[in-house]
Design a binder for this molecule. Sequence first.
Ligand SMILES: NC(=O)c1ccc[n+]([C@@H]2O[C@H](COP(=O)([O-])OP(=O)(O)OC[C@H]3O[C@@H](n4cnc5c(N)ncnc54)[C@H](O)[C@@H]3O)[C@@H](O)[C@H]2O)c1
Length: 327
Amino acid sequence: MNILVAGGAGYIGSHMVALLLEKGHTPFVIDNLSTSDLKNIDSLRKKYGEFRFEQLDIRNDEDLLKIDVELDAIINFAALKSIPESVEFPEKYYDNNIGGTTNLVKFAKEKGIKNFVFSSTANVYKFSETGVLSEESPTEPTAPYGYSKLACEKLLEYSNQAFGLNATALRYFNVCGNAMDGSIGDPSTTNTSIFAALFLSYYKIKPTEFSVFGTDFDTPDGSGIRDYIHVIDLCSAHLKAIEYMQNNPGFNVFNLGTGTGYSVLEIMEKFKEIVDKDFQYKIAPRRPSDVGKAITIPTKANTLLNWKAEHSIEDVITSMNEWYKKF
Ligand SMILES: NC(=O)c1ccc[n+]([C@@H]2O[C@H](COP(=O)([O-])OP(=O)(O)OC[C@H]3O[C@@H](n4cnc5c(N)ncnc54)[C@H](O)[C@@H]3O)[C@@H](O)[C@H]2O)c1
C-alpha cells in the first residue's frame, strides 16, 4: 500500500515508517520538523533504503495538494503533544492539531483517499476512580491538548457520515520503547514521559536527579500505575486498523495498551536489573493532576483488529537503553 505518514520524522511516526518499509509498503513521509529533525529519516534511509520525504506543514493546504501520489491511506501523527504547553498556549494547540488534521481531511476528500488513521490519546478520558478505561468510558479531557484530539476524532466521525471517509482514532496509553537495535527513537530532549525522563536524566543530566512523584496513591506500593505500550506494538495496530477499515468501512475508536499496569517503583526495579543495579532516585510529592492508576482493557482492539501487544516491559527498557546511551 501507498501510505502518507504525516509527522513521520517524530518518535512514533518514524517507527511506523520502519514497519511499513519492513512489510513492503511504500510510505510517503511529510513533517514540518517542528519537534523533530532529520536524524530518524537519515537512520531509516540508512537501514531500509530510499523513500519519499518532504518537509511540509500539514496546515498548508496548497503544499498538501501538490502531493501527486495515489494513496491508499493517511496516518496522521503530526501534532503538538505537551499537556502543560497546551494549557499555556491553547490557541497554538487548536491551530496546529485541529487545523492540521482538518487540512488533511480536506486533502483526503479532494484526492479521494478512502482511509484515515488518527493518533488520539487516553488523555481524552474523564478521570476514572477505578483507573480502568474502555472505549465506552466517558470523555472529558483536562487540558486543551486532549480537547484538540477529541475535536479531531469528531471531525473524522462526521467526515465518515458526510462523505464516507473511513476513519480510525487510536487512543494511545503510555507509549515507550524504541527500535530494538536502538537505531531509531525519540529525538526530543524535553519529553517528560516517565521512561524518556528516566533515560534522559540517567545519561544526560545526573542519575540521582530523577524523582518518583508520589508514593501515597491508593495502589499496592503507593506509586502510580500506568499501561505501557511498546512503540512497535503500537505501530502494528495502525496497519491492522487500515486492513480492518478496508473490509469494514466506517468510523471506529480503539484503545491501544497492553491491559497490564506497572507501577513507577516496579519500573525503577526493572531499570536497576537491566541498566544499573546501583541506580538511586529521589521520592517527591505527587504532582497536582496525577492519578493513581490508568490502564485500558484492550479487548476491542484484540478482537476486532486481531491485534495484541507482544513486547514486554524488559523489551521497553532494553531498547530505550540502546537509543539513549548513544543519544
Ligand atoms: N508519545 C506518546 O506517548 C503519545 C501518546 C498519545 C498520543 N500521542 C500522539 O501521537 C502522535 C505522535 O507523537 P510522538 O510522540 O511521535 O510526537 P513527536 O513530537 O515525536 O512527533 C510529532 C511529529 O509531528 C510533526 N509535526 C507537528 N506539527 C506538524 C505540522 N503542523 N505539520 C507537519 N508536521 C508536524 C513534528 O515535527 C514531529 O516530527 C501525536 O499526534 C501525539 O499527540 C503520543
